[in-house]
Write a protein that binds this ligand. Structure first.
Ligand SMILES: [Fe+2]
Length: 230
């Protein structure tokens, strides 16, 4: 398998390039608008054909690369059916499978950070978007976020995966690249709660500044990033 974890340092976003083999089909998870040329160059160098670009949710901190990638490569684009993005060619729901050659990504609906948040499970790993971060969880205070839903997504879905499942989030702000479900269950401070209500209270007590690019990114991302201001 080909697996590349790519990083946008401005937004601390991880983008994942996946393919079964050189010469075959590829897919991208959470591409960043400004990095599209880099992705396309890498895909060409690795003799891959991009067939799908997917966002885990409507991002508030960066503009998505979905629209530019679709224009450049004619790849399919996918987001959850709950998403306000009106520009994607595939709208996912719980249990759907995304394919690229023999690769299969299973869609898990994991709302809470936003109401359109999805995670994607593939074999020994799970791409958790902003639902489960390394030693953290995504904020729940805008974009129809809901801490109770997030608790259910975490404790009812992601933490029921095997302990050795690798965790690949959409962001990290401290240089960490991956974790595992068991590691997060034991050491993620947000997950050390006795009840659903305790989790809700914990999230509601956070006082966070809005993301720097929110006013630009959210409207642009409803259009797959194609109509951002110059
Ligand atoms: Fe997010």
């Amino acid at each position: 398998m080909i697996f590349r974890q790519l990083f946008d340092h401005e937004s601390s976003t991880y983008t994942y390039l996946l393919a079964e083999r050189s010469g075959g089909e590829a897919l991208l998870i959470d591409p960043v608008h400004e990095r599209v040329d880099q992705y396309l160059k890498l895909i060409e160098e690795m003799d891959l054909k991009l067939v799908l670009a997917v966002d885990t949710h409507i991002h508030a901190d960066h503009v998505t690369g979905l629209g530019r990638l679709r224009s450049a490569s004619r790849c399919a684009t996918a987001m959850g059916e709950q998403s306000e993005a009106d520009c994607v060619s595939l709208r996912l729901k719980e249990g759907d499978t995304l394919n690229a050659d023999g690769l299969k990504l299973q869609a898990l609906y994991t709302p809470g950070h936003t109401d359109d948040s999805y995670s994607f499970r593939m074999d020994d790993r799970v791409f958790t978007g902003d639902t489960l971060l390394i030693r953290g969880t995504g904020r729940t205070d805008f974009q129809n976020g809901d801490p109770g839903d997030q608790y259910d997504s975490l404790f009812g879905k992601l933490l029921t995966l095997p302990d050795d499942t690798l965790v690949y989030p959409a962001h990290d702000y401290d240089g960490r690249t991956s974790s595992s479900i068991g590691e997060e269950r034991r050491h993620n401070p947000r997950l050390q709660v006795a009840s659903r209500q305790a989790y809700i209270d914990q999230m509601n007590a956070l006082e966070l500044d809005p993301p720097k690019k929110m006013d630009l990114a959210v409207p642009a991302n409803r259009r797959c990033g194609l109509e951002q201001a110059a």
